[in-house]
Design a protein around this ligand. Structure first.
Ligand code: F6R
Length: 245
């Protein structure tokens, strides 16, 4: 695990954009793992800018997102598919059918299990993930692998922890249905990526970052699993790094 501390959140986004472009330049058919949430928005904005100024093309890129809420349609305002279309896919030249977000609209357990298995198979068919972008939850989650998730877990249904539901409440209108379940890549799925880049910015993430980097390997901090990954890079702004020894 390599840790890089940069002065600002903007520097973190620029660093991550350089990593993404390097992978795209190096591979004939690059495969990216992508995340939603507040943290990667600046990265996606930077990538859109570089695409517009013809510094990068996503024509041959395939993408797999980490997770999707269960029980809301792809077209729902708060679905992660909508998020990705809005912040990245609709603004670049990636081929829509090469973008993958777990299919999780159904509430039927059998359908969701099949969807999870198909997702794993699609990642394999694409040749595996070259670079997985991650954020970190306040409780140390990666994807929606909440504390107690197995380090060997694969794409599956997860119940969101109360703190994650509270943290994501800001995105839903008052009284609107807010999912408490998600379909998420597992920690084992994430660890299979050839490289991982976790971005964390802001003081609120400092404790989770400390547990991930300096804490023991523990299912109580799912991100600590990245200590096992030889090519995991953790890129932090000074605030997120502020509790590191
Ligand atoms: C999003 C995801 C989550 C977020 C994490 C941090 O696809 O899988 O693990 O990366 O909750 O979210 P933000 O960036 O909003 O703090």
């Amino acid at each position: 695990m390599q840790v890089i501390i940069l002065p600002s959140a903007r520097d973190v986004a620029l660093y991550a954009a350089d990593c993404v472009v390097d992978v795209i330049d190096a591979r004939t058919n690059p495969v990216l793992g992508l995340a939603t949430g507040s943290t990667p928005i600046a990265l996606y904005k930077e990538l859109v800018g570089r695409y517009q100024s013809k510094q990068v093309s996503f024509r041959h890129t395939t993408s797999f997102n980490l997770d999707e809420y269960i029980g809301i349609a792809d077209s729902h305002e708060q679905s992660y598919r909508t998020f990705m279309n809005r912040h990245l896919f609709d603004a670049i030249d990636i081929i829509a059918t090469n973008t993958h977000v777990p299919l999780a609209e159904s509430q039927d357990a059998g359908t969701l299990k099949k969807s999870a298995q198909d997702y794993e198979a699609s990642i394999q068919q694409a040749g595996g993930i070259d670079l997985q972008i991650l954020g970190i939850g306040l409780n140390g989650h990666i994807g929606f692998n909440e504390p107690t998730s197995s380090f060997a877990s694969r794409t599956r249904i997860k119940t969101l922890s109360e703190s994650t539901v509270v943290a994501n409440k800001r995105f839903f209108k008052d009284g609107e249905f807010q999912p408490h379940l998600a379909l998420t890549m597992g920690i084992g799925t994430i660890l299979d990526s050839r490289a991982v880049l976790l971005m964390a910015t802001g003081k609120a993430k400092a404790e989770a970052v400390k547990a991930m980097i300096e804490g023991p390997l523990s299912a109580m901090c799912p991100a600590s699993a990245l200590q096992l990954h030889e090519t995991a890079t953790i890129v932090l702004d000074e605030e997120a790094a502020s509790l590191l020894a």
